[in-house]
Design a protein around this ligand. Structure first.
Ligand SMILES: [Zn+2]
Ligand SMILES: [Zn+2]
Length: 253
């Protein structure tokens, strides 16, 4: 079974959910052989969510299950705010993502000049310690794009596993899932998140995985899932994790 658990139907445009907007995402998912989709807007578009619009669109696709999630931009100082707004809806799952180091939005093309002021190994340490903090906050179910810090292809000295080990230990302790996110293939790093060596370690640690395209347009739903599935198989994974009401459900890939 294939799921696409990372979809932004509002892209970076904002606005409100409507049946017309959502139906386009359902259509592409069906064409791609995906059986379950999860809408995960950025948390700044929370006011546009309308579970009834998802239900209306879903009625037109009887063989496609839809879930409501949210991609939350984690910053340590936001924890209380995050707890408050995530209680407003009944989400099936919450993706915790680190997009900022301090005030710097390191994954945004307009902010790329910020890399010049970092030693890249220290940057990786700072990034993964924020991921660890995000995981230990206990607020989330899925780790979004685990190694996003590689997005512009800045690489540290040595093995990425040495930077990520604290975060991986925290993920095991928290019982969270990690997403395999194909969007990295379309960014300068040209690699799925997480990199294969991280995924191998996730498998060794028995960390469950889910799958997402990070689509911001309908035609991006399920992009490169054939490749993602092949990598998952090579690493040893045979199951994916779905969520309902924040409970994990395992399915054969
Ligand atoms: Zn993200
Ligand atoms: Zn996203």
């Amino acid at each position: 079974m294939l799921v696409d658990y990372h979809i932004h139907a509002l892209g970076h445009r904002g606005g409100d959910y409507s049946e017309e907007i959502l139906v386009e995402y359902f259509s592409v998912a069906r064409r791609q052989g995906i059986e379950e989709i999860g809408f995960t807007e950025h948390d700044n578009y929370l006011s546009g969510l309308a579970p009834e619009a998802i239900a209306a669109a879903a009625r037109r696709f009887p063989y496609l299950q839809a879930r409501l999630g949210l991609e939350v931009s984690y910053r340590p100082e936001r924890e209380k705010e995050i707890r408050d707004f995530t209680n407003k809806f009944s989400f099936d799952y919450l993706i915790g993502s680190v997009h900022h180091i301090g005030e710097w939005m390191f994954d945004h093309p307009a902010c790329i000049s910020g890399y010049a002021s970092w030693d890249i190994s220290e940057l990786y340490q700072a990034y993964f310690s924020l991921v660890e903090k995000m995981v230990r906050s206990g607020l989330f179910d899925v780790v979004g794009h685990l190694d996003l810090v590689k997005v512009f292809d800045y690489r540290p000295s040595g093995d990425v596993l040495t930077y990520a080990q604290g975060a991986l230990k925290a993920i095991v302790d928290a019982g969270m899932a990690v997403e395999v996110n194909t969007a990295g293939l379309f960014r300068p790093c040209k690699e799925i998140y997480p990199a294969r060596e991280l995924l191998v370690r996730c498998y060794d640690l028995n960390i469950p995985v889910t799958l997402g395209s990070d689509a911001h347009e309908p035609e991006q739903v399920g992009r490169e899932f054939g490749l993602a599935r092949e990598i998952l198989y090579q690493v040893g994974y045979r199951k994916l994790t779905r969520f309902a009401n924040r409970q994990q459900i395992y399915e054969y890939l």
